[in-house]
Design a protein around this ligand. Sequence first.
Ligand code: FES
Length: 249
Amino acid sequence: MVPHEKGERVPLTICGYDAEKGTVSFAFHEVGKTTKQMGCLNEGDCLMNVTGPLGNLSEIKKFGKVLCVGGSIMIAPALLQVKAMKAAGNHVTTVLGCRSKDFLFMEDEAKALSDKVYVASDDGTVGYKGLDFLKDLLKKEKFDHCVVLGPVVMMRDVSEITKPYGIPTIVTMTPIMIDGMGMCGVCRVTVGGEMKFGCVDGPEFDGHKVDFEELVQRQRLMLPEERLSSMLWEIHEEHGGCKCGRNKA
Ligand code: FES
């Protein structure tokens, strides 16, 4: 997704669609320059372009009991998977993970779509504190399949928790991307010792085979440049550079 002609591409996961209207929905946090620019768009404004869908289809079928874990902003696309898994005849238990109470959203939607819902937060201000409760849950209940959408560290932690129980665990990757066509290699992820590209081989991979440590390192590769770029954008916006007027008195 590119907001304007000089913008960068950012990978986002679809969280909804309306086939009749021909629309798709995305959810994002305003964490960097590009997402802040996108947050400045008003109804009726245009993005420069949207490329996709990239990669492969999600495997949606009747598995039996499915555990679906969504974390942070990825709660939104996780619920799309919950909806599809339910429609395929599965019993779906949904876990919503967030940093703290203020960051929890779509809980009502999750309850309406799922057979069971658990909430967990990093600081314990809502639901369970952390994801350790999953260890107890897996001791009590048997799951046939697990899907996880969220921050890399969360996907790693859930994959580690499900591994001893042999629950096939699918994680959705949105690594740093440039061309989105399998040519630049920026989105590479090591899976089972093999190099894969998030944009063409993904976005879903076997969570028990992903080299998460390498992925965490790669995600941090451009952090200083991203922070600088975001800071410069904020200064630009404060001085009236952005037309949305959001921060103007
Ligand atoms: S984004 Fe360039 S190869 Fe995937």
